[in-house]
Every structure is written in structure tokens, then in C-alpha cells.
Design a protein around this ligand. Sequence first.
Ligand code: C6P
Length: 408
Amino acid sequence: MFDIKEIRSQFPILNQQVNGKPLIYLDNAASSQKPISVLETWQKYYEEINANVHRGIHTLSQLATEEMENSRKKVQHFINAKHDYEVIFTRGTTEGINLIAYSLGNSNFIKKDDEIIISYLEHHSNIVPWQMLCERTGAKLKVIPIDENGILQLDFLDQNLSEKTKIVSVNQVSNALGIINPIEEIIAKVRTQSSALMVIDGAQSVPHFEIDVQKIDCDFFVFSGHKMYAPMGVGILYGKEEILEKMQPFHGGGEMIATCSFEKTTYAGLPFKLEAGTPNVGGNIALGAAVDFMKKVGIQNIRNHENALLEYAQKKLLEIDGLKIYGEKAKRAGVVSFNLEGVGIASDVGMILDKLGIAVRTGHHCTQPIMDFFNVAGTVRASFAVFNTLEEIDALAEGVKKAQRMLM
Ligand code: C6P
């Protein structure tokens, strides 16, 4: 049974007023709120365990190691990775993509005139690391275009995939527009028309979808914990064993060595080769609690509830004269991104909503190419999580109407 009242009671932060109004938190694509179980797991680690992992024979260190490795296993099952050592702890999606780009660049995998394909719908985190790699190696960056609905034009792949293509990296769900990209179709094309590695940015899909990396058959899948009810500063890079094995380490330091001397260092096996330095142990353990939370609520229940919110939000917002939703006709998840005709600055709308206790994100959402495509400086973006309600959508629509009256 999906009991929204019970779910909301698990999020203490919702129980407060902002600017004298009950908080309505609709900025989950930037970072979701955290349930008590996650907060308590994190606090319990610091209160009762707090020790470094994989280093000590003392009890607390052993306990910390056990809890963190247990969390790795939870993530493994959550995304259906074949092995737990294919699950690498990172600081988030950004670090995951940089790790892949840097490490593949150092492995001589990319050479001058090779090609990397991304899409128009990418977050800057899935653009800039590849641009930097192209600058270092002389490879070329190519971009799958979109149509006026924000839908990827996959003919581009038929025309551009070749043996020169070394990496294709796309998101499963766009953060700026919420558009769900057909990654299965993309991967099928990539597999039949090239031998490129397939990277999926799952930052905006993991909070909403059931993920099965073996079924998707991607080579890498990256995401952040903080958008899926876990603390900030933790994330996951999944990679297929045979590819991770061949990759050079990203960072050098403690944890990632097998032997170290001034003459030569040899590297540890997976996952440690790619996890140099002291990890965010408390955060990594709390990520496991976030997985437990999502599984307990039921990922399909989360999806159904958020789909109902999205459909309702779209209907209510489109009743407002002069409101344009970007990607309105595309299949979407968790996000509605819009502007009001005649209101040039999205942040003006955001500031009025904030005075009403409603938190949304405004601006370019770290996706400037999408904003350029639609010829806007930014949009207003409301993004949903499992604890949001239809009443909150009503309040959003009323708030937008108020902003329209005040700004026109
Ligand atoms: N998008 C948003 O408001 P980090 O910052 O590393 O946790 O995630 C980066 C990132 C990468 N890809 C996608 C699709 C994303 O949505 C994000 C983060 C937030 O949309 C903050 S800019």
C-alpha cells in the first residue's frame, strides 16, 4: 500500500515553514530530501563506528569495512551488476564521468581523429570531460541533435557511427527537461554499427526507475547518491569487469596499490584500484540505506506516484495562458520545465515561488546547449520525488499564476 502521509512523515525537513509558508520542495532533480532511515544510518556510523576502512584490524575498522562493503552489495543488487567489484564508490556522477574520461584517455584508448558521441540533452558533466579528453588527444566530439520537442534524432547515429567511434555517452533522463531517452535503441545501434564503449549517465533515472545494467548492456553506468535520497558527496560508477580491469587508475594514493616502492608501484584489484584515498565511509553506508528506502517503498510505486504528479502538473500548468513546457510532447520522468510568455527572467518566477515556500530551480540547469537550442536564458524547473503531493502541484500552479500577475 502506498501511503503518502506515512512516506512524508519519514522526511523531517518537510515539517517546516519557509518564508512563513509550509515548505513545498520541488527541486529534487538538484538534490532530493533524505528520509530518517538514511539520516540515522549516517549518524549511527559517526556515533558508534567512525573508523577508516580496509586498514585496521581493530573492531571499529572491521565494522566500518563490513558496513561499507555491505552497502556496495546493496547497490550491486539494486542495479543488477554481475559482481560487487564492478561497483566503484565515487563522489557523484561528475566524478564518475571524469574518471572514465581520464582513465580511458590514459589507457591509450582514444587517439587523434577518433570520435566520441554525446547528445544535445547532456548535463555539462557529460560534455566537458569529453571535450577535455578531445583536447588532450585530438579526438572529435559529435553531438546527436534534438527536434523542437527535445527528442533525440537517432538517424544521426546511423550516419555517424563507425569504427572511429570510441565512446557514446548519453543520459537516460535529461535533467533540464525530464525527457526519457531511448537508451536501449541507442545501445542496439552502437553495438551493431561500432565497437564503441557505451556510457550511461543515470543521475536522473536512478531516483525514478528500476535499473538493470546487465539488461541495458551498457559498459558504464554512473549516478549520484544525493538525488536518490542519500547524502551528498557519494555516487557510483558501474563498469563491466573486463573494461575496468584494463583501465588505468584515476587517482594514485592509499588503498589503490598492491605494492609500492620508489622504483615501481603495482595496483590493487577491483574495486580498490579506482578508489584511492579514504572514502566517504558514512555517506557510502548511508547510500545503502537509501537503496533500502527505495526498495521498501517499491520502485514501481515511486514511478507510478511520480508519473501521476507529472501528468497532473502538466495539466494544471498548461491551463495557464502563455505557459510553455519544454519537451511537452516527449516521454518524461520527474521534471516539468517551463517559462511564461512575456516574463524574460525565469529566476523572477522562482523568487516569487520561494516567497510562497515553494522551492524550484531556475536558470540553465547546467545544460546551456539546451537553453541555446530553445533560445532562452533559462527555465523554471519543478522536479518531483516520492514525498510530493497533488496539493503541492495545485500550490505550484497558483504560485505561477501569482507570479504571472506580478511580472506582466
Ligand atoms: N544535476 C540539476 O539540478 P553531480 O553534481 O555530480 O551530483 O551530478 C551531475 C549531473 C550529471 N548528470 C545529470 C543528468 C545531472 O542531472 C547532474 C546534476 C543537478 O539538474 C545539479 S546541476
